[in-house]
Write a protein that binds this ligand. Structure first.
Ligand SMILES: Cc1cc2nc3c(=O)[nH]c(=O)nc-3n(C[C@H](O)[C@H](O)[C@H](O)COP(=O)(O)O)c2cc1C
Length: 244
């Protein structure tokens, strides 16, 4: 079943009563695509005001992203893209939510059996990307992913809404499925845990990305953007400016 045939899922494309017109098939406006550009003038990033520790600068920018969210400028300030490498060497990327910035790293939660879970277990090299376009900023992180302690994953899981907890049990993330199978699995776990708290599934938990490189990008006029790249060394962080 496709979403277009799901009249029981209000808000989804194709839901009865909403326009099924999702664009004209075969039409792409390449003129509009090519003409789309922004002249960036929102701020600057200079060495004099940038902390020596990239995580301090990240935390400052994350605060700015939250403020932009509060001002209605930006959605999901904690959303980040995680890129992993498959057994065949091919990269893949998806969005997740940052859930903690602690112990010198960036934590997110997921299903350890998912594609990303399996890829990061097999090859911990990882890249993150925060695309805060509304404030003309981007942060790139490169490093290694490690599992968050079980106790910490369980503590975080316990804070999730019950529906999300049940969803974690019900979804064999990244496996092929159908709407009906998922609904049946959800109903099953709802019944299984009807009498109490939902425990953290053994196949679900956090990854912490420990950075080796962090790069900050601030959009500037005429494509003369500011880029500061921090690289971890035995003596601390080394910082350089990169050409835009
Ligand atoms: C805004 C947003 C936030 C998301 N947050 C998470 C998350 O925190 N954890 C997660 O496993 N998937 C999250 N997803 C779904 C992932 O992008 C992805 O579809 C899923 O994890 C399966 O990826 P995989 O098959 O590559 O493992 C999010 C998606 C979006 C668009």
């Amino acid at each position: 079943m496709t979403t277009e045939q799901s009249p029981d899922r209000p808000g989804w494309p194709g839901h009865a009563g909403e326009s099924a017109q999702l664009g004209t098939p075969g039409h792409v406006d390449n003129t509009a695509i090519a003409a789309e550009r922004v002249d960036y003038r929102a701020g600057e990033l200079v060495e004099e005001s940038a902390p020596a520790d990239p995580l301090a600068l990240f935390d400052r920018w994350l605060d700015d992203a939250f403020a932009a969210r509060d001002a209605g400028l930006l959605a999901e300030p904690t959303a980040m893209v995680v890129a992993s490498i498959g057994a065949d060497g091919a990269p893949s990327a998806r969005t997740v939510l940052l859930k903690a910035r602690e112990d010198g790293g960036f934590c997110f939660y997921t299903n350890y059996h998912s594609r990303k879970g399996r890829e990061l277990a097999g090859h911990p090299a990882v890249a993150l990307l925060f695309g805060w376009h509304a404030i003309q900023r981007q942060v790139r992180v490169e490093g290694a992913a490690e599992r968050v302690d079980r106790a910490e994953s369980e503590a975080y899981f316990a804070t999730r809404p019950r529906g999300s907890q049940l969803g974690a049990w019900a979804s064999p993330q990244s496996e092929e499925t159908t709407v009906e199978q998922l609904a049946a699995r959800y109903a099953e776990v709802e019944e299984r845990f009807a009498d109490g708290a939902v425990p953290c599934p053994p196949f679900w938990g956090g990854f912490r990305v420990v950075p080796r490189v962090v790069e900050f990008w601030q959009g500037r006029p005429s494509r003369m953007h500011d880029r500061l790249r921090y690289t971890r060394t035995t003596a601390g962080w080394n910082r350089v400016r990169l050409a835009p």
